[in-house]
Design a protein around this ligand. Structure first.
Ligand code: AMP
Ligand code: ZN
Length: 465
């Protein structure tokens, strides 16, 4: 039985989907005004693990991840400039060009990290009509009011406001800063639609004049559009709990008069040196940055999988280096089992069961990885390799490919005479101790004997010339 931790109830619950054998799931996606950093990627790796575990349990998935290309303001409390517009101005390009470019990089990064693309990845600007309809419906039901700069949701009309984050509104309001927007009825009221000044680049015709949607309405409208009124799972990073998801709940439940989501799931943040990851601190990295430093995206995936999604994960290069070394060993082990005969003395069934129990206990991937490592310690056997392949359907570490690479590498090594391999080893040592003259001399020696040496992220590779 699959059990998932529901942020709404603060406990693990049996997962029972609305429709037998099917899962509908919404995951908040990126705002495409910038490169996604590895902290964002941790959240998407979690979404991928969740999807893979659901699939592992035989469910057919219908997943949505939105691409925010309008309406996400610099502050989550409806102030500041639209992030897309700010970048467009800075880079002197249109917001659509900016969105296309960063969306492309985002999908490339997902591919590199072996994250499966959800079934639907709608971009907000393609669904302005649906968002306007949603806001109109809220207005008709008396939940919205107009100010000089937009249409706002009146949270005093929605009794359950704050139920996800369990905030005490009265206490919060008492301690809050002076409200910037004096026209709002309640400090927690949020924009459903913003009226656009003439110079605002992105704007659409609406019943309230020219304007653009608020960020929160996007997710409520797209969830309804692609998954229907009520769906199974909604996920996002923990930062979304207090504002974005609270607002989504208010909008959707106000319209529907019942909850729209059955399970709320949130992944914890990635930190750097136990602090925040942010551009201004110069400590954000992208997947490409890590590649330039000689890491395979799978090293980063392995690094993330080692910590449960509800725990904070502190990023350090020592940690990533450890993941790189461990993953290489994992691939070597898988390769060794791949090349062996079946060994009947191994009780492999227990590993299958332990693995399933781990992933079904609120997506406990670190524990499941541990089960794989234990199985790999068994005598070399094709059975263990088969179990590794089964596990990798969930882990997504491309274990088959990396075991194959190791096999090919070893075969190449077998074709190279021992003395050439010795010279190459000495050259690597010379390079490490910065004795470049000796390293060059050794390379010349190797070349003269009819072989080439190519430096790689793993060390070097020798080929016949
Ligand atoms: P954004 O593009 O800013 O809307 O963020 C995209 C996703 O990344 C959201 O689901 C955030 O919750 C998540 N996120 C942002 N920063 C981090 C971080 N440091 N660690 C993990 N997830 C993050
Ligand atoms: Zn969202």
């Amino acid at each position: 039985m699959l059990r998932l931790y529901n942020t709404m109830t603060r406990q693990k619950e049996d997962f029972i989907p609305i429709k037998n054998g099917k899962v509908s799931m919404y995951s908040c996606g990126p705002t495409v005004y910038n490169f996604a950093h590895i902290g964002n990627m941790r959240t998407y790796i979690f979404v991928d693990s969740l999807r893979r575990v659901l699939h592992h349990n035989g469910y057919k998935l219908n997943g949505v991840m939105n691409i925010t290309d309008v309406g996400h303001l610099e502050s989550d409390s409806d102030t500041g400039e639209d992030k897309m517009q700010a970048t467009a101005k800075r880079e002197n390009r249109s917001p659509y060009e900016i969105a296309d470019f960063y969306t492309g990089v985002f999908f490339d990064d997902l591919k590199k990290l072996n994250i499966q693309t959800p079934e639907h990845t709608p971009k907000a600007t393609d669904y302005i009509k649906e968002m306007i309809e949603f806001v109109k419906a809220l207005e008709n039901k008396g939940y919205a009011y107009q100010t000089s700069d937009g249409i706002y949701f009146d949270i005093s009309k929605f009794e359950d406001y704050g139920k996800l984050s369990k905030i005490n509104l009265d206490e919060q309001i008492a301690g809050a800063r002076v409200e910037v927007n004096q026209e709002k009825r309640n400090p927690y009221d949020f924009a459903l639609w913003k009226k656009a000044p003439k110079e605002h680049i992105m704007q659409w015709q609406s019943p309230w004049g020219m304007g653009y949607p608020g960020w929160h309405i996007e997710c409520s409208a797209l969830g309804k559009k692609f998954l229907g009124d009520v769906f199974d799972i909604h996920s996002g990073g923990v930062d979304h709990i207090p504002i974005h998801h609270e607002n989504e709940i208010a909008q959707s439940e106000a319209l529907l008069e019942k909850p729209a989501v059955n399970y709320w799931m949130h992944s914890e943040f990635m930190m750097v040196n136990n602090g925040k990851m942010s551009k201004s601190l110069g400590n954000t990295y992208t997947v490409s940055d890590l590649e330039k430093m000689g890491y395979d995206p799978m090293d980063f995936r392995y690094f993330c999988l080692n910590t449960h999604y509800r725990k904070k994960l502190n990023f350090t290069f020592e940690g990533l280096e450890g993941a790189k070394v461990a993953r290489k060993r994992l691939c070597e082990q898988i390769n060794a089992h791949m090349l062996s005969q079946n060994n009947d003395s191994i009780d492999i069934e227990k590993y299958y069961k332990e693995f399933d129990d781990a992933v079904n206990d609120d997506i406990n991937i670190p524990l499941a990885l541990g089960v794989l490592w234990t199985a790999l310690k068994e005598p070399k056997s094709k059975k263990v390799y088969d179990f590794g392949m089964y596990a990798d359907e969930v882990l997504g570490l491309r274990l088959k490919e990396c075991a194959q690479e190791i096999k090919e590498q070893n075969q190449d090594d077998n074709d190279i005479p021992m003395e050439i391999q010795e010279l190459a080893k000495k050259r690597l040592e010379a390079k490490k101790s910065k004795n470049y003259a000796l390293a060059d001399e050794l390379r010349n020696n190797i070349t003269q004997q009819g072989y080439n040496i190519i430096d790689t992220s793993q060390g070097y590779k020798i080929t016949k010339s």
